[in-house]
Ligand binder design. Structure first.
Ligand SMILES: [Zn+2]
Length: 348
């Protein structure tokens, strides 16, 4: 039977801190017949307005503001630059013995994790006892938007006719450059930066946020999030177990969320993804795939961001309250398998 454990009290407290999710409310008046102000992506008949999401400039401003306002608990390190010269930042909060890295948007058109990670940084750096408890237990490092150039392209009106915004500006899929990949890393400076950083930091866990298209479950639900650890046969069992615990904790954390259904992601053994490649290098890494704005349209961005934030909070909460280590890794198999694809009006 599936364990249904409420998410840790500390995580709930952190969630209760002020959050500016309202920024995602896109104008309801945007119709399919007119172009809304600014960048948008046509999803069937529903324009997906990207204005509610952080531009590259806004993301940098948010990071700079955090550092200036909460410099006593937040530090920012530029770990590299994109092909087009945009800064890649690692934002660290807390000084606990467990180092958790949240990395997002290595595919440029998958922004939800970035939005949630910025909200997480605000929560965990807040001047509250609950946030202090997390900072005492965890060293949180957020490396947001690893592919800022792809995001920049995705925000252009003519994005569909140009280079795939999923890839970097040298046309490299950055999520095929890990582990034993023979990719020329001079063409993938974004991936080189995160890999070098992670090798130096040797985190206890990496959470790697992505988007997937829409899938169902055997029970007829819609999968809103799918998770998977390093499944390559050469990944050490202990490394996989840590990521399995994280997956299980996330499943429990979202079990009470009426909008969320967490499933397992199919087990592929491609060694050059972050999930497998980092795990092969001894760094426990959990892939987290959410439905994204490409298929959901503009209405659900806030819900998906909250889902991502809850997943992050669940893991930090379980580490902070000490329950993480006692989670049975095999309990992750209580999560349902991802089912068949559900066709939507986008990305047919
Ligand atoms: Zn992706």
């Amino acid at each position: 039977m599936r364990r249904r454990r409420p998410i840790a009290a500390l995580a709930v407290a952190a969630l209760a801190l002020p959050l500016s999710i309202a920024a995602f409310a896109a104008p309801a008046s945007a119709s399919s017949d007119s172009t809304p102000n600014g960048p948008y992506v046509q999803c069937g008949k529903q324009p997906v307005n990207l204005n509610g999401m952080l531009s590259n400039e806004e993301l940098q401003q948010q990071i700079d503001r955090l550092e200036s306002r909460r410099g006593d608990v937040v530090s920012v390190e530029e770990i590299g630059r994109s092909v087009e010269g945009r800064a890649l930042n690692a934002v660290t909060v807390g000084s606990g013995s467990r180092t958790i890295v949240v990395q997002t948007q290595i595919h440029g058109d998958e922004p939800i994790g970035t939005e949630a990670a910025v909200a997480l940084l605000k929560n965990v750096s807040a001047p509250s006892p609950a946030a202090q408890d997390i900072r005492d237990a965890v060293t949180l490092v957020v490396v947001p938007r690893l592919n800022p150039d792809g995001w920049e392209r995705y925000n252009r009106d003519d994005w569909a006719s140009g280079l795939d915004p999923r890839r970097n500006s040298n046309d490299v899929d950055l999520n095929r450059t890990f582990g034993p990949s023979d990719q020329d890393m001079s063409l993938a400076p974004e991936a080189a930066a995160i890999q070098e950083f992670l090798q130096e930091v040797q985190p206890d866990l990496v959470l790697d946020y992505h988007h997937q298209v829409t899938y169902g479950t055997e029970d007829g639900d819609m999968a809103t999030m799918s998770v998977m650890w390093g499944t390559h046969p050469d990944v050490a069992a202990g490394v996989a177990d840590t990521a399995k615990r994280a997956a299980s904790v996330i499943g429990d954390g979202l079990a009470g969320n009426g909008h969320a259904t967490v499933t397992l992601y199919p087990q592929s053994d491609t060694a050059t993804t972050a999930r497998n490649g980092l795990s092969l290098d001894g760094i426990p890494t959990l892939l987290i795939e959410q439905r994204g704005q490409q298929e959901v349209g503009q209405k659900s961005s806030g819900v998906l961001t909250k889902e991502a934030l809850t997943s992050m909070d669940s893991v930090l909460g379980a580490i902070t309250d000490g329950s993480f280590d006692s989670v049975d890794p095999e309990s992750v198999f209580d999560l349902p398998e991802r089912g068949d694809r559900i066709r939507t009006s986008c990305k047919e």
